[in-house]
Design a protein around this ligand. Sequence first.
Ligand code: SAM
Length: 304
Amino acid sequence: MSIKEHPPQLHTKQYDLHVPVLLSASLDLLKPQPKERYLDLTAGYGGHAEAFLNKTQSYSSAVLVDRDENAIAELGRFSALGATLINADFVSAAKQLVSVGEKFDVIMVDLGVSSPQLDNGERGFSFIYDGPLDMRMDQRQKFSAADIVNSYPKQKIIEILVRYGEERLSFAKRIADEIYKRRPFTKTSELAEMIVEIHRGGWQKIHPATRTFQALRIEVNQELAQIESLLPLLLQLLNSGSRVGVISFHSLEDRLVKRFFKDNSGLSFEAELELLNKKPLDGATYDAYNPRSRSAKLRGALKK
Ligand SMILES: C[S@@+](CC[C@H](N)C(=O)[O-])C[C@H]1O[C@@H](n2cnc3c(N)ncnc32)[C@H](O)[C@@H]1O
């Protein structure tokens, strides 16, 4: 039975649903086949899962992971069809699956945040919609963006702005100085307005708070550490002939994926992967209609 044949589900949130990024490109690259076993490590609102499971038709062997409880609630429509849902970060979930010897034919990892996370001010990811300085993907976690802004030493704030936000050092110092002077901050708008205020010169394309918000989000959710720990585990979750696709949204993420795929492919006898695409498939080319795809890059690999 296809998921489309099921009565439509009422979505539990009022804001825009997530439009899956590089969906056709992912299907073309990974080519899910009937009866194949699907693992989605960032299942979100189920856009990729729905399309992949429509191809595999193997709902009961599928495993869908997300650390966000709102996403897990939305994914209930797949568990009704037999899929297993795991509400955990993908490293814990992957370790759990490896420990019991589970293997999959197709694995998707669509990094970053979903539209419902970004567009719901209450989640605190947005400098457009006001809300608490939160940014936790996993609502069970205690540590939030407010802890960084209100209690990190100035030097550590500068470091994360430069490393995770790729912010210019001079501007990172100014932002950290002002944070230090004006804290505590409670709302995303207070932080965003302060950054606009101290930003000299006009801005056109990118809001001046973009890099700070990216840096805080990466630190709160330990996003790069999660990716680094996940990549080697993927090798243990793939069967021979299985495929994995990873969609990244900025150069820090893509660099890790690119390096891992490169280090584990090639002509050497030990190489476990074969690259499905030498150059990443990018959102601007393959998904031009979706504004959230603008910076997306998809890399795929096959386990030999
Ligand atoms: C870009 S969205 C995925 C959207 C999904 N592919 C779809 O089509 O609906 C990313 C999702 O991954 C989740 N996520 C990000 N990092 C995670 C991690 N380390 N562990 C588990 N889930 C994560 C987020 O909570 C979010 O729901």
